[in-house]
Write a protein that binds this ligand. Structure first.
Ligand code: FAD
Ligand code: MLT
Ligand code: ZN
Length: 487
């Protein structure tokens, strides 16, 4: 469903990070001798200096770094050689997976060397009794899903960027996505990692194990979940997969108020119970944006203020259909929904999911988008959208909200024709202060990266921040790994 070649939106780049952090003069600059050394231990084809803009520009086109070289190691040993060399020579580096991150974390800020994981994608093994997967970190999520499907399994998470993002990047961002309500976060699935440290030996760590239960020591692999390339470079992942459901049902529901969306969620949880696998929200502005910018039409007959995409996944179609029908009947009899469509074929389900998965692309087509990815208690979830509508007035082109309602995670996207200083001043820090004041988190799933660095302390205990910094110093004593970001 998601295009492998992500459309790139070209527009003038705001040097956001450059304002935040000047180049650290302690770092060396990449010289000809360094390039020769890289070619020596990686081979000529693994060192690229030209045509690297797809590695130095992010998916939104808002982050662009002047990085001058991209390395393509093929193994853990080669990553180790790179990190040992860069550490000894004080060269800063950025690990990069599929480059689909939405906070500028995989883009060099200055002249950092990009370490692309694209070629570390050979080792794959799967225990189809225990459901345990071990694979190189450069595998694309969708490719893993396709491999597992042949064995009757699937990855326990899914996201719109699945055609490009890599499992290593997913671990590094602790990606959430559309199945979290059913299978939990990646914390529930991660068992082990191979990680290379940015020290003078390029130390290789084999963390955790490949068995389901192991309480012999601290759960060290979990330190790297959501570490955003700050602590080490992940080269191999061991995790659980889940049995592929035999019956999947999708329904789109039209709802008149946000309060009723929450009541429908409550009902879905209690009546669909173990088969509920997604509960996603799209507001009317999202539908309008999808139509105007991508020509995608709603599946419901008439526009409604909110649309909910609900999905069930199970093993017995009759049983699942019975539950879904009973749930929809109850929604109607309790007057919770105005309209509803149950997908009658996989083509119809795909059409529903295309609406949800295309929302990130649709908002970028407006020109410039201020993206937000926040968690909030449900009573404040859509209040944030209303508050921002009032605050931005006509300065915003569009205020669009979609998200993982079942997880309390909203994606509020505020668009304008181009980057707008006045609008930006209205948004920040107000928006993030509001989120923290209402018991939320300023980053539910995308991380901090460059985008949210000025606000990374919001809502966090200073002692926790200090602990994070201490950990960073232990793993990366020279500070060469992904500087100017996150921590
Ligand atoms: P990159 O973008 O390459 O890197 C992200 C961060 O991880 C960077 O800091 C980088 O340095 C680090 N990193 C990458 N690989 C490694 C490695 N091997 N070792 C150490 N550090 C590494 N995210 C969600 O959580 N939920 C969603 O539903 C979701 N939907 C999306 C939909 C679209 C259309 C797009 C464009 C993005 C979406 N994202 C979503 C964001 C993004 O896809 C995820 O954050 C994804 O996990 C990033 O993976 P990646 O391989 O592209 O990593
Ligand atoms: C999503 O859920 O679609 C993603 O996290 C991407 C986005 O927020 O645009
Ligand atoms: Zn999301």
């Amino acid at each position: 469903m998601f295009l492998k070649i992500l459309p790139r939106i070209r527009r003038p780049t705001r040097s956001y990070a450059a304002v935040l952090a000047a180049r650290h003069e302690g770092f060396a600059k990449v010289m000809q001798s360094d390039l020769m050394a890289f070619e020596n231990f990686l081979g000529q084809d693994a060192v690229k200096k030209d045509d690297i803009t797809n590695h130095t520009t992010d998916w939104t086109g808002q982050f662009k770094g002047p990085g001058s070289v991209v390395l393509y190691p093929k193994s853990t040993e080669e990553v180790s050689a790179i990190l040992a060399y860069c550490s000894k020579n004080k060269l800063a580096v950025v690990p990069q997976g599929g480059n689909t991150g939405l906070v500028g974390g995989s883009i060099p800020v200055h002249d950092e060397v990009v370490i692309s994981m694209n070629k570390i994608n050979k080792q794959f093994s799967f225990d189809d009794t225990m459901g345990i997967l071990k694979c190189d970190s450069g595998f694309i999520l969708e490719d893993l899903d396709n491999k597992l499907a042949k064995l009757g399994y699937m990855m326990p998470f899914d996201l719109g960027a699945k055609g490009s993002c890599q499992i290593g990047g997913n671990i590094a961002t602790c990606a959430g996505g559309i199945r979290l309500i059913r299978y939990g976060s990646l914390h529930a699935h991660l068992l082990g990692l191979t990680v290379v440290l940015p020290d003078e030996h390029g130390t290789v760590l084999h963390l955790g194990s490949s068995i389901r239960k192991d309480n012999t020591t601290l759960h060290t692999p979990h330190l790297f979940l959501g570490s955003e390339g700050q602590l080490g470079v992940i080269t191999s992942v061991t995790m659980t997969a889940v049995p592929k459901p035999k019956s999947v049902q999708s329904a789109m529901l039209g709802i008149e108020s946000f309060k009723k969306c929450c009541e429908v969620l409550k009902l879905a949880k209690s009546s669909l119970t173990e088969i509920l696998s997604s509960f996603e929200l799209l507001d009317d502005a999202t539908m309008e944006c999808l139509k105007t910018n991508l020509g995608l039409h709603p599946v419901l007959n008439a526009p409604t203020p909110f649309s909910i995409l609900v999905e069930t996944s199970g093993s017995n179609e009759d049983h699942d259909m019975e539950k879904m029908s009973a749930f929809l009947d109850e929604c109607l009899s309790k007057n919770l929904i105005i309209d509803g469509v149950l997908a009658g074929s996989s083509a119809e389900a795909t059409k529903m999911w295309q609406l949800r998965e295309s929302a990130p692309l649709a908002v970028t087509r407006d020109g410039y988008v201020y993206k937000h990815d926040v968690s909030l208690p449900l009573e404040n979830y859509y209040e944030l959208t209303n508050v921002m509508k009032e605050r931005c007035g006509s300065l915003a082109k569009r205020i669009v909200t979609y998200g993982h309602l079942g997880d309390g995670n909203t994606h509020l996207n505020i668009t304008s024709e181009k980057h707008n200083e006045e609008l930006e001043k209205l948004l920040y820090p107000f928006l993030y202060e509001w989120v923290v004041d209402h018991g939320g988190s300023i980053s539910a799933e995308h991380g901090i990266g460059q985008l949210k660095l000025p606000y990374s302390t919001f809502g966090k205990d200073p002692e926790e921040r200090l602990l994070t910094k201490k950990l960073k110093n232990i793993f990366d004593p020279n500070g060469i790994l992904n500087p100017y970001k996150t921590i």
